[in-house]
Design a protein around this ligand. Structure first.
Ligand code: 3PY
Ligand code: MG
Length: 193
């Protein structure tokens, strides 16, 4: 509801690859879904089906708030409009990325660098380790070669700047808690002199 007072497009991240939760989020007005832990073509197909009405998918009808964003013709355009981004954050997902990207109507991927780092035997904040960096560059290259979007979570501004330079289409420059803490600290430090 807060996002609908702005020009921003409401995107959500579901907690798992399930029709029930994804349908509820779309009905609530989400215009795009980021789905964690997509490890195979089958996972991606299941995800895309949850985001589309028949015949492409198995989304059920009931866009209570969706129509407030989309208008009376919401149904007509929903399949074409809703953005689907599959999270790549495991070794399995990394190895299967070409297959995952081949799923029709999957719009792109969203990289989870912390889980990817853990899967590559590193600590979750090893975002600039060469192994993680190479994996990220590879994911960007194969996605863009197929004309698909790439998003990524960035745990720091430095990382966000690096990812911007790499040409990602979308990034999150930290979590809400990180941003709140950073600005609160900045203001308190000014006031303390
Ligand atoms: C990860 O880095 O694994 C994430 O899921 C970030 O959103
Ligand atoms: Mg993750």
């Amino acid at each position: 509801q807060a996002i609908s007072t702005t020009n921003a497009a409401p995107l959500v991240r579901c907690s798992e690859n399930g029709l029930g939760e994804i349908n509820k989020l779309l009905d609530a007005g989400a215009y795009g879904v980021i789905c964690p832990l997509i490890n195979s073509k089958e996972d991606a197909e299941r995800f895309v089906r949850a985001c589309h009405y028949s015949p492409r998918g198995g989304r059920s009808y009931g866009p209570a708030r969706g129509v407030l964003y989309g208008g009376k013709d919401y149904f007509e355009h929903a399949n074409r409009t809703v953005l689907t981004l599959a999270m790549i954050e495991t070794r399995q997902g990394l190895a299967a990325v070409e297959d995952i990207l081949s799923v029709p109507d999957l719009d792109g991927i969203f990289i989870g660098p912390s889980d990817l780092a853990i899967e590559l035997g590193l600590t979750p904040d090893s975002w600039s380790d060469d192994k993680v960096d190479q994996a990220i560059k590879h994911l960007i290259e194969v996605s863009h070669a197929r004309g698909k979007y790439v998003g990524i979570f960035c745990g720091s501004v430095e990382m966000a700047e690096r990812m911007k330079a790499y040409g990602v289409d979308m990034l999150t420059p930290g979590t809400d808690v990180q941003l709140l803490r950073a600005e609160t600290s900045r203001r308190i430090n000014i006031l303390r002199g």
